[in-house]
Design a binder for this molecule. Structure first.
Ligand SMILES: *[C@@H]1O[C@H](CO)[C@@H](O)[C@H](O)[C@H]1NC(C)=O
Ligand SMILES: *[C@@H]1O[C@H](CO)[C@@H](O)[C@H](O)[C@H]1NC(C)=O
Ligand SMILES: *[C@@H]1O[C@H](CO)[C@@H](O)[C@H](O)[C@H]1NC(C)=O
Ligand SMILES: *[C@@H]1O[C@H](CO)[C@@H](O)[C@H](O)[C@H]1NC(C)=O
Ligand SMILES: *[C@@H]1O[C@H](CO)[C@@H](O)[C@H](O)[C@H]1NC(C)=O
Ligand SMILES: *[C@@H]1O[C@H](CO)[C@@H](O)[C@H](O)[C@H]1NC(C)=O
Ligand SMILES: *[C@@H]1O[C@H](CO)[C@@H](O)[C@H](O)[C@H]1NC(C)=O
Ligand SMILES: *[C@@H]1O[C@H](CO)[C@@H](O)[C@H](O)[C@H]1NC(C)=O
Length: 811
């Protein structure tokens, strides 16, 4: 008891800097006390150092840590933590001070133990700890301030601040690298590492040598996979390699900006910028681009899907092993089996064997055991069944692979993404009991129950599947390889106007013009190109525009054109997008007679556009209505994958968007009746526009200008005609003649039905884009739609297409 009092006395003899006086350093005999809102503040007020408790309102930990955060950001965002692995659980008698040996320490006087120390050997005890303006905590010699004995920049946690270094001191052997946090609230050393290996930056798993992302090698100006580094309007990068050290560093050109690079719990390296308007961190850049490219993100026995939120889900027959960690974004423990395998238990002798559940179109796990070629799927299954540690097999190109114990890095592929798709079928071993409880699931295309049940028909289906995969080809193994494609650098870049002017060769190569401005081709390097849109009539203030660009930039989907960057100088507003070499859909449907889009491509495009719109409507944080769906806004990449352009324009242009839209448009063929009637606009206007586009994909003609003559003098508007033909069961007559009958009539009927439902007069009769996707994927069906009455009435009264009628009406 006496001892306790003595110690208490000791604590209170520490001179505690008053927080109002904003002191930036501590000297021997001074200190900060845990649990009290004491802090050091850097001279310019940008950074603070003190004790904090991580967590949000809902998840608070009781643990305390000593850390540095942005003093002017109301959300405490620690950029450095001293005792990340050694939390303070009893803050009562804990303080941060300078010890007798001159080191910075966290002392617990209740137990008389040292929780943390800067641990350098110092010859004198006259030292000072100082928080610098760049967020670096420095221990310096009191009699010589340039004599630095220790600094926090040499021991980073998970954050790379401007002015800090990532790399290696060749003399002392000190390595400066980032290690991610364990989970959202626990700053302890987690799973991922960001470091400089000779000449390149990599991301890898802790204690492993396999990198899942690489910056590419330094080529003198930039890391070869990040050409965006050339745009130095916000940040200046430096790579140094001399006899003493090798490191990468960066500085901000405008010091008022609050930003940092962070190695997130998710294994991605993110660039975050504080936005005063929204009072939140905006992510402007992340590597690797696709979340599921992070090694073992979801843990064992999971499937990672970049197109869904959340990304991780347990495989069939498995459930989350540690729900608490899972909720805090630490998925490393993955999922566990619900029912033990029969294998090895006494039951198996009674004739009950394990069975297989198929996971189709997935990227296979690595570490396969290759059993050999020219072996049937059935034999492959049997090989797996014979060994109790075997958990899955795959039989592709008649090559049998089996996996033992944990399955890692299984990633869902999407059928329509690209032709370089490397999806395969993985057969997951489950106890027979699990298979019996299985609900009907359409994804189970093929299932091997047991060797005895495999019928000749089943085998045939399997062979067809394998053949299909062979044709797709390119079945690469998961190699955890590096991304060397410069397109994958990602992120939203702030370009200078003169750089864009130069890149577009003074706006000389016009790619097109739309309602919001003209689009020009820009050359980033000799091979890398972009499309630069010069916005007309943009009246957003600079701050607002920057905020909106960032929020639109994070919307990424395979069927949406990616926003690369922007320029905002004075009155000038420009946007830089990825460049689509195959231009827009209208060119292929109506203009270019040399290349006829085949049916399969048309169907893929229809499905791709539906997925892109469904993503905008249903998956983004706030609903995005495109408002201007038409073939001119559907771009095609090199493999004819459809990408929707011009989304999020309402945010970028500002409040008067709908006026700009309705007055700027020449044709109203894709405008839903609500635009004219003046009721509130919902996502269903996009469904209407999409229906009109589908009609054009089917017919290969433009709805609004070409009338459709049937028999003698009867002239009808094609969409109305299509609805009538659908009722009469004659879909074949509707399909583009240019296809010369090369068409899947079942698919054509499905497209027609969807199109007709989409253009119904009443928005409540139209399906959602999610419904459309499910229908086109064959997962659900639609009734035969009625003929849209408004359109029918219009075409009866006038031989003009409805666009003219509607625009007269609106005046
Ligand atoms: C520094 O060390 C000297 C001798 O080792 C000692 O007398 C003095 O009290 C120490 N000063 C502090 C502030 O600890
Ligand atoms: C601090 O600086 C003084 C004067 O330059 C020097 O004598 C002393 O050795 C230094 N202390 C340490 C620990 O380097
Ligand atoms: C202060 O420290 C620096 C760096 O260690 C050294 O180069 C310099 O000579 C020292 N100055 C004095 C006066 O000791
Ligand atoms: C860095 O220096 C080492 C030797 O000092 C050399 O081997 C290496 O190639 C250099 N790297 C670069 C990127 O210049
Ligand atoms: C990495 O290795 C260190 C020491 O070798 C060990 O303490 C730590 O637990 C390992 N971490 C992981 C995630 O395996
Ligand atoms: C830095 O940014 C602020 C706010 O964006 C701006 O007001 C200031 O002029 C900029 N300073 C420089 C040197 O560009
Ligand atoms: C399996 O059978 C053996 C002997 O036949 C018996 O000793 C053992 O307890 C059985 N195990 C289980 C899990 O039923
Ligand atoms: C099962 O496979 C593992 C891994 O290849 C092997 O070590 C083990 O010996 C096998 N067991 C049997 C019974 O073949």
């Amino acid at each position: 008891m006496l001892l306790h009092l003595l110690l208490l006395g000791l604590i209170f003899t520490l001179q505690i800097p008053a927080s109002s006086a904003a002191i930036d350093s501590i000297a021997p005999g001074q200190g900060l006390v845990c649990g009290v809102s004491d802090k050091l503040v850097s001279l310019d007020g940008k950074f603070a150092l003190g004790f904090f408790q991580p967590g949000s309102m809902s998840h608070n930990t009781l643990n305390w840590y000593l850390g540095i955060w942005f003093n002017k950001v109301p959300k405490i965002t620690p950029v450095w933590v001293a005792n990340r692995d050694d939390p303070i659980t009893q803050p009562a008698l804990v303080s941060f001070t300078i010890s007798q040996d001159g080191n910075l320490v966290i002392l617990d006087q209740a137990t008389n133990s040292m929780i943390w120390s800067s641990r350098v050997s110092i010859r004198t005890n006259t030292t000072i700890g100082m928080l610098m303006n760049n967020g670096n905590l420095v221990l310096q010699n009191a009699s010589n301030s340039s004599d630095i004995l220790w600094q926090s920049f040499d021991h980073p946690t998970n954050t790379f601040l401007p002015g800090a270094k990532i790399g290696r001191d060749k003399v002392t052997g000190l390595t400066r690298r980032l290690v991610s946090k364990k989970n959202l609230i626990d700053p302890a050393r987690g799973r991922y590492v960001y470091e400089l290996v000779p000449n390149e930056l990599i991301l890898k798993l802790l204690n492993s040598s396999v990198a899942y992302w690489s910056s590419g090698e330094w080529n003198g100006q930039y890391f070869s996979s990040i050409p965006e580094m050339l745009s130095r309007s916000l940040i200046d990068f430096k790579f140094v390699n001399n006899t003493n050290e090798e490191y990468f560093t960066f500085t901000l050109l405008n010091d008022t900006m609050i930003m940092h690079h962070l190695l997130d719990v998710s294994g991605q390296m993110k660039t975050l910028i504080w936005d005063e308007v929204s009072q939140d961190w905006l992510g402007s850049y992340s590597n690797p681009k696709a979340q599921c490219d992070v090694y073992a993100l979801c843990g064992p026995f999971t499937v990672c899907d970049d197109n869904s939120a959340p990304y991780c889900s347990c495989m069939k027959g498995f459930s989350i092993r540690s729900p608490e960690d899972w909720e805090q974004n630490d998925r490393s423990r993955g999922c566990m089996r619900n029912t033990p395998l029969n294998c090895g238990s006494n039951r198996s002798t009674a004739g009950v064997t394990d069975e297989f559940y198929s996971l189709s179109n997935v990227k296979l796990p690595q570490n396969a055991d290759n059993i050999g070629a020219a072996i049937s799927a059935r034999e492959c299954a049997e090989v797996c069944l014979r060994n109790c540690s075997c958990t899955a097999y795959s039989c592709t190109d008649s090559r049998c692979s089996i996996w033992h114990e944990e399955l890692l890095n299984v990633k869902q592929q999407h059928a329509d993404t690209t032709d370089t798709n490397d999806g395969a079928v993985l057969y997951l071993r489950l106890a027979a009991k699990e298979m019996q409880t299985q609900k009907p699931d359409r994804r189970v295309a093929t299932r091997i129950l047991s060797a005895a049940i495999v019928t000749a028909l089943g085998l045939l289906a399997l062979i067809l599947l394998v053949l299909l995969l062979m044709i797709r080809g390119n079945n690469r193994d998961w190699s955890g390889g590096t991304l060397k494609n410069p397109q994958d650098g990602g992120g939203i870049i702030a370009f200078r106007y003169i750089d864009l002017q130069r890149a577009t060769r003074n706006f000389s190569e016009k790619l097109g013009a739309g309602g919001f401005g003209s689009v020009f081709k820009a050359y980033l390097t000799d091979s890398a190109t972009m499309a630069v849109k010069r916005l007309d009539g943009a009246c957003q203030g600079e701050k607002q525009f920057r905020a909106e660009v960032t929020s639109v930039g994070v919307i990424q989907h395979i069927n949406l054109v990616r926003l690369i960057g922007f320029c905002c100088e004075g009155e000038r507003r420009l946007l830089a997008y990825e460049h689509m070499p195959n231009r827009s859909l209208d060119i292929h449907l109506f203009q270019d007679n040399n290349t006829v889009l085949n049916w399969c491509t048309r169907y893929k495009i229809a499905l791709g556009v539906a997925r892109g719109l469904a993503y905008l409507h249903e998956s983004c944080q706030d609903l995005i209505i495109h408002c201007d769906i038409k073939p001119q806004n559907i771009l095609l990449d090199t493999s004819f994958v459809a990408k929707i352009a011009d989304f999020g324009m309402a945010k970028l242009i500002g409040r008067d968007f709908s006026r700009v839209l309705t007055t700027a448009r020449g044709t109203a063929g894709y405008l839903a009746p609500e635009w004219i009637s003046g009721v509130a606009i919902t996502a269903k206007v996009d469904v209407y526009g999409y229906g009109m586009v589908l009609m054009e994909i089917i017919s290969g003609r433009q709805n609004s200008f070409e009338q459709y003559t049937v028999g003698g003098d009867c002239v009808v508007f094609f969409p109305v005609h299509a609805a009538q033909m659908l009722l009469e069961g004659d879909v074949a007559s509707l399909v583009d003649e240019k296809l010369s009958g090369d068409v899947n009539l079942e698919e054509a009927e499905r497209l027609c039905k969807v199109a007709c439902w989409c253009i119904q007069d009443d928005e409540f009769d139209r399906p959602t884009m999610g419904d459309v996707v499910r229908t086109l994927e064959g997962l659900s069906d639609l009734d035969t739609p009625p003929v849209p009455r408004l359109l029918q009435a219009i075409t009866r009264r006038s031989s003009h297409p409805p666009s003219t009628y509607l625009s007269n009406e609106s005046e």
